[in-house]
Design a protein around this ligand. Structure first.
Ligand code: UDX
Length: 449
């Protein structure tokens, strides 16, 4: 009888399908949201590409903790051994537009014929997969867009066509950027946001209120529910051995935590350029020499898919090297929260930026992708929680920046004041009664109705 009742309840719950772009920085916040929606009693199908689905290793823990969370996977259309980093970004984009789009439609149809789940009533689609909106509109399913970038970046992308019409360019982007097919893709995809019923942003009001109020008249209802990894901690916590990082597609090296335990308080600079940037050999060398000459202990994530051959030829090995410790993949949230970590040399990916803000760690920003360029500018000029290295990459600059951030001078003290204030605001936004906490409840209400 109890089983029947549970099945009946499940059959009447709203059914949401969440579909992230197949990359680490997109899967992580969207899976955090999926868990939060299940926690609130909704039924969620989380759709991954097959390539990424195979790399999630906590599936059993997810289903134990969240019985209404289901996973589905479809092909991204690329051969299994095809690289899926930044150098091959457009291959992935073109392939999912052609192959994955029709598989997505087929999946929605098959879900609508299942007897044990209600048909999908709402799709939360990644904002750089406009084909999901096309499919949903044809099938008359409500769509909410999730953008994994900052509000300031979303606003910049939205403004680009206007700037181009006026023969001008937004100040964060160089003219080289405007010709880049990756950049054009991001800008074009962004324009579809107005077709959604609502927009979810992984940010918090007190961080980006001026830009949020500027763009809200042009967009559907915006739900700011970030930093999602921190909201996840408030509302779900460390239950059933799950953590907000369980969407990681790579296995983290936990030996670095023991190494960190041995370092003095706030002495370590953590270095990571995210999940899919690929550095050139000469860039690796400049960072290496700069870090070495800074004389500060450093923990460096050198992904093995990052020019593996070049990094081996240059003599990089995993483990201790000079004053540093090199690893393939870090338990980043734990690293940033460690008492020995005093700074973060980052590419300014939005997840990394939020994780650093929450942990109260100041940043040196070395941005590459368009969204990172905007974040980096805001970090240094608006929020004043980091130093912008722009695209400069030479050993002298690296050494100078690391010293400026890590040594206890005027610059560090000033940055730390903003960092501490910002970290407090981030925590408040995800606490009971905070803006992101409340906005999540409002989003759940909108989905339910
Ligand atoms: C890119 C974009 O730059 C980003 O702004 C966009 O929103 C998503 O795509 P990515 O290179 O993946 O992102 O960086 P980031 O957004 O910072 O996400 C990386 C994630 O991987 C973070 O959540 C970080 O904690 C995690 N990570 C990274 C690890 O867990 N271990 C590592 O060693 C490195």
């Amino acid at each position: 009888l109890i089983l029947n009742t549970f099945e009946e309840i499940e059959a009447n719950m709203p059914h949401i399908l969440i579909f992230p772009f197949p990359a680490q920085g997109h899967i992580k916040p969207m899976l955090c949201l999926a868990e939060l929606l299940c926690q609130a009693g909704l039924q969620v199908t989380f759709l991954n590409t097959r390539h990424n689905h195979r790399r999630l290793n906590k599936l059993q823990d997810f289903s134990t903790r969240f019985p209404t969370l289901h996973f589905e996977s479809i092909s991204d259309g690329l051969p299994e051994d095809h690289p899926r980093n930044l150098l091959h970004f457009m291959d992935l984009v073109n392939s999912i537009k052609t192959v994955t789009k029709s598989l997505f439609r087929d999946l929605l149809i098959s879900l609508s014929h299942k007897s044990d789940v209600p048909p999908v009533s709402c799709i939360i689609a990644d904002g750089i997969m406009s084909f999901a909106i096309d499919v949903a509109e044809k099938m008359q399913i409500k769509v909410i867009i999730f953008r994994t970038i900052s509000a300031c970046c979303l606003w910049s992308y939205l403004c680009v066509p206007k700037f181009i019409d006026q023969h001008d360019r937004p100040y964060s982007f160089g003219s080289k950027q405007l010709e880049d097919p990756n950049f054009q893709f991001f800008v074009k995809e962004t324009q579809v946001v107005t077709r959604a019923s609502a927009v979810i942003l992984n940010t918090f009001d007190t961080l980006e209120s001026p830009v949020l109020s500027q763009m809200s008249p042009f967009l559907p209802k915006i739900y700011t529910i970030g930093p999602l990894h921190a909201l996840w901690k408030t509302r779900i916590g460390n239950s059933s051995q799950l953590s907000s990082s369980d969407s990681n597609l790579r296995e983290a090296n936990s030996a670095c935590m023991t190494w960190l335990d041995l370092q003095p308080l706030k002495s370590v600079i953590y270095v990571s350029f995210g999940s899919y940037l690929v550095l050139k050999g000469e860039e690796l060398l400049e960072f290496w020499h700069g870090l070495k000459s800074s004389d500060k202990p450093f923990l460096w994530v050198l992904r093995q898919d990052n020019n593996n051959t070049i990094s081996k030829e240059l003599g990089f090995t995993l483990g201790t090297m000079g004053n540093g410790f090199i690893i393939d993949w870090a338990p980043q949230e734990e690293v940033l929260a460690h008492k020995s970590v005093g700074g973060f040399l980052t590419h300014c990916g939005w997840n990394s930026s939020l994780e650093s803000m929450v942990a109260g760690v100041p940043m040196i920003c070395w941005p590459k992708l368009p969204d990172q360029l905007v974040n980096s500018k805001w970090m240094s000029e608006v929020w004043k929680i980091g130093i912008d290295m722009k695209d400069i990459c030479d050993r002298t600059t690296v050494e100078k920046m690391v010293r400026a951030l890590m040594e206890d001078g005027d610059q560090r003290q000033e940055i730390m004041r903003s960092v501490d204030r910002n970290s407090k605001l981030a925590s408040e936004s995800v606490s009971h009664g905070g803006s992101s906490f409340i906005n999540l409840d409002m989003l759940i209400e909108e989905i339910k109705t």
